[in-house]
Design a protein around this ligand. Structure first.
Ligand SMILES: Cc1cc2nc3c(=O)[nH]c(=O)nc-3n(C[C@H](O)[C@H](O)[C@H](O)COP(=O)(O)O)c2cc1C
Length: 373
């Protein structure tokens, strides 16, 4: 395809695949698109291991990495010596413990929950300093050709370092004013992510947001994200002025995805109305699968979700407990409204082929309606 982004990265098709799973990233780049690895859930040491694996399997294709540069954050690493009880209000912990007890989910053995919290406190995860440490690792890998900053614009020194290393910089936005901030920070690509997306998401739908962002940051190329998992949606994004698309949810049910098989099965049976925008996992509004956890946090008895990253410190050990016993009513994942159209476990390559085929058919159909014979 002739998109500016194909030219920028030397790829065949402007479908960018966001995933925390290295196998998905590799398959996406090998399918002719660009895999982008979500680095935030890894420590710098773990990230080095993941990127080494990616470079070994990706056959020289380019790929990207995504980190968080939150514009507002609480640096909990200041409290690294503190016990978990002193950073998490006891009422919140009791609410979680009672909920998990009602579902027969036991505690983790040998102080493992404390260890999860202490690790996050010590490292100060999700702060700009933490993201910079991740990038110190990523900049050493030659296949990394794109760095994407989410939840805020990248600091100037990071943009300069990326550019000096020949790495393009992208910024994820949910509103026009954020897009202008990313443009002023010197990004090469803007990703306009709408309300229907999985993960942290704003108030404005992709259909409305994309053309506004395209106009606001022109001539910077824009990727449309949120609610895109088929060729018809890909074609619509191109019609809105995007140079390509950025997808996250659709990869979760692929055969390469490392999601728990139980969660995959739940997703394959879910409707678009089975997602909810909730603060209950991270403290910021993020679209997740609706389950007993999200419902409990919506109830009148629930405490107010804590500020980011404290809510995450509460949810993280709880998630480890839930996944250990695979308690299905509580299994969760970020997921967008496109879940309602994800019905079969396909390979990443098949998703690419289907999206390309259907995009071409849609364009033919539109041309036909326009009277082009
Ligand atoms: C499981 C999951 C985890 C996500 N984590 C991140 C993240 O760490 N960083 C980020 O920039 N976006 C994250 N996102 C959002 C995606 O990058 C992407 O913008 C979104 O999935 C696009 O909408 P879609 O879900 O409708 O495809 C996540 C999305 C999902 C589904």
């Amino acid at each position: 395809m002739k998109s500016k982004l194909c030219e920028m990265f030397g790829i065949q098709v402007p479908i960018f695949a966001f995933s925390h799973c290295r196998d998905v990233v590799v398959e996406a780049s090998k399918a002719g698109g660009l895999g982008v690895f979500g680095a935030d859930t890894y420590s710098p040491e773990e990230l080095a291991v993941e990127l080494e694996w990616i470079e070994k399997h990706i056959e020289g294709k380019p790929y990207g990495i995504d980190v968080l540069f939150p514009s507002k954050y609480l640096d909990v690493s200041q409290q690294k010596g503190a016990a978990a009880e002193s950073v998490i209000p006891p009422g919140h912990q009791k609410f979680v413990d009672d909920l998990l007890e009602r579902h027969d989910v036991p505690h983790l053995p040998d102080g493992q929950e404390e260890a999860i919290i202490r690790d996050r406190l010590t490292r100060g995860r999700s702060t700009p300093a933490y993201s910079s440490a991740l990038l110190d690792v990523a900049f050493a890998f030659k296949g990394v050709k794109l760095l994407v900053s989410a939840i805020g614009a990248p600091p100037p020194d990071i943009v300069a370092r990326a550019h000096a290393a020949g790495i393009k910089v992208g910024g994820m936005v949910g509103a026009v004013q954020h897009a202008l901030r990313q443009r002023d920070a010197g990004v090469d690509i803007v990703i306009a992510q709408g309300h229907e997306a999985g993960g942290h998401t704003g108030e404005i739908a992709t259909m409305v947001l994309t053309p506004q962002v395209v106009d606001a940051v022109a001539p910077i190329p824009v990727l449309a994200a949120g609610g895109i998992a088929s060729g018809r949606q890909f074609a619509a994004a191109l019609a809105l002025g995007a140079e390509g698309v950025w997808c996250g949810s659709v990869w979760l049910t692929t055969s390469q995805s490392d999601l728990l098989p139980e969660t995959k099965r739940i997703l394959l049976g879910s409707k678009s109305s089975d997602t909810v925008r909730t603060r209950s996992y991270t403290g910021k509004p993020a679209r997740y699968l609706k389950n007993e956890w999200t419902q409990a946090w919506e109830s009148d008895q629930a405490p107010k979700a804590l500020m980011r990253p404290l809510q995450h410190l509460l949810a993280k050990p709880a998630t480890a407990r839930i996944e250990r016993v695979r308690s299905e009513p509580l299994l969760g994942t970020p997921i967008g409204q496109v879940v309602g159209q994800m019905k079969d476990e396909l390979s990443v390559r098949q998703v690419y082929l289907d999206m390309m085929d259907e995009c071409i058919d849609s364009m033919d159909r539109v041309n036909h309606i326009l009277g082009d014979s």
